[in-house]
Structure formats: C-alpha cells, structure tokens
Design a protein. Structure first.
Length: 152
C-alpha cells in the first residue's frame, strides 16, 4: 500500500515537474553505485578473512611442526646426556671400587708388613706383641726374625 502511494506520488511529481525524473535517476544511479561498492568491499573483506585464516592455519601448522621437531631434538639430546651421565656414574663407581680395593690392598700389605714370626712356633704375630697368642711364650726376647711376605 505504502509503495503504491510512493509510486503515485512520484508519478504526480514527474507530471508536475519533469526535471524530477533526473533527480530520481541520479538517486537510483548513486544507489546502484553505492551497492556495487558495498558488495565489492564485502567480497574483498570476506576474501581477505578467508585468505588470512588459511594463511594463519598454514603458519600454525608449520609452527607446530617446528615445535614438534624442536621437542624431538631436545628429547634426543636429553636422552644422549642421560646415557652419558649414567655412563659417567658407572665409570665413577668403577673408579671408586678400584680405589677402595687398592686401599684395602694397601692396608693389608701394611698389616702384613707389621707381622713377625714367633721364634718359638713360627706363627705370624703382630710386631711388638708381649706374648705369642698361639704358643703363649714371650717372643720379646728374640728380635723380630724377619718380615713375613704376604702370600696370595
Ligand atoms: Zn709362638
């Protein structure tokens, strides 16, 4: 109904003043141009949004790949370091064991060096003993006969 009234009014306006048709044409042309510009803008916007999201997806995928690669390298390096450190720990333990064995050996040699033979029963007794713990005699009268060499 309103549209009909508007069209009627337009026809009356054109009948009264024919130059109004030029104004209408200009308005319509402007409207069409504005529509076209808006459509172009909208299409450009949509396209740029689409391209941007696609590019960012690609970028994030590449970044993800890079991150995974970095984690993999880190993991490998950590594993290698762990292996090296456990190897070092094993070597240190071996060295400690060898040192302990050497120390024990040294103490044993020291102990053996301090042993003398009892002049009565030939038992190995500590140097400087008052009595032989085996035969009960005093080895003091006799000076230490000789050092006992350790027999393996
Ligand atoms: Zn003795």
């Amino acid at each position: 109904m309103q549209v009909l009234i508007v069209i009627l009014l337009a026809i009356i306006a054109i009948a009264v003043a024919p130059w109004v048709i030029g104004v209408f044409a200009l308005a319509a042309g402007t409207y069409v141009v504005a529509l076209a510009i808006a459509a172009a803008l909208a299409i450009t916007l949509l396209l740029s949004v689409f391209i941007w999201s696609w590019a960012s997806k690609l970028r994030s995928k590449a970044k993800e790949k890079q991150l995974i690669e970095k984690y993999r390298v880190d993991l490998e390096r950590t594993a290698a370091e762990l292996a090296i450190s456990s190897q070092h720990a094993r070597q240190r333990a071996e060295v400690r064991a060898k040192e302990a064995a050497l120390e024990a050996e040294r103490k044993e040699q020291e102990r053996v060096r301090r042993l003398v033979l009892c002049p009565h029963c030939s038992s190995k007794i500590a140097k400087g003993s008052m009595f032989c713990p085996v035969c009960g005699k005093q080895p003091l009268s006799a000076s230490p006969v000789r050092s006992v060499q350790r027999k393996e």
